[in-house]
Design a protein around this ligand. Structure first.
Ligand code: CA
Length: 224
């Protein structure tokens, strides 16, 4: 899952970024509203964390502009101003959630995870696909109740597939959602990660749909 972080306070931005990365997210961090607007129009983020006071373009104008352009990713707004009028303005501008500064990093992460889950129609913190379970809070995967150790990239790919059960996900789509923009993206590595996931989860778990991409299989006759 890939997150756009829009925050102009360097120290806070670095803290949020490292917390997100440690939790298994790919992160693009920008400090300028106009730059964020361009990123949001061109990249398929799974969620956006948006500060309101920004150089270039303020957060509310940016959010209104995205929404008027039908950019639909979930957005959580951060602001030092905790007044109710700002919250109403933010939500009216198209924010999906709101967190006043200062906040606990754990709360921001929990809200981002919940936003992404809800955007895909899941309400529980644990994603279940047959006997495969992914706990989004702990970034932990179990198969038949047994913990499966995954590398960061394997986890990112599996998390994306588990948010899209039964759907065919192309290699390009995986690349766009597991790597940050400044990452050296090599589409061949996706195949390597998929092969490793198959070794760990069973060969049938991830189906190759020729010419289209990959599909997560629920297994044991359950509907994906
Ligand atoms: Ca700011």
């Amino acid at each position: 899952m890939r997150v756009l972080l829009v925050e102009d306070e360097p120290r806070l931005s670095a803290q949020i970024r490292s917390a997100l990365e440690a939790a298994g997210f790919a992160v693009d961090a920008v400090a300028d509203g106009l730059e964020a607007w361009h990123c949001g129009r061109s990249e398929p983020y799974d969620a956006v964390i948006l500060d309101l006071g920004l150089p270039g373009m303020d957060g509310l104008s940016l959010l209104r502009r995205w929404r008027s352009e039908a950019v639909a990713f979930p957005v959580i707004v951060l602001t030092a101003r905790a007044g109710w009028t700002e919250r109403v303005e933010g939500i009216d501008a198209g924010a999906d959630d709101y967190l006043p500064k200062p906040f606990r990093m754990e709360e921001l992460l929990a809200r981002v995870r919940a936003l992404i889950r809800r955007a895909h129609g899941f309400s529980a913190a644990e994603l279940v696909c047959g006997d495969l379970r992914l706990d989004t809070r702990l970034a932990r995967v179990t198969l038949n109740g047994e913990a499966i150790p995954l590398t960061a990239h394997e986890f990112k790919i599996l998390a994306y597939l588990m948010h899209h059960p039964g759907a065919v996900v192309s290699r390009t789509e995986l690349i766009e959602h597991i790597y940050a923009q400044d990452f050296d993206r090599d589409s061949n590595t996706i195949e390597v990660f998929i092969a490793r996931l198959r070794r760990k989860l069973g060969a049938q778990r991830i189906e190759t749909v020729r010419g289209l991409g990959y599909r997560l299989f629920a297994g044991h006759g359950a509907d994906a």
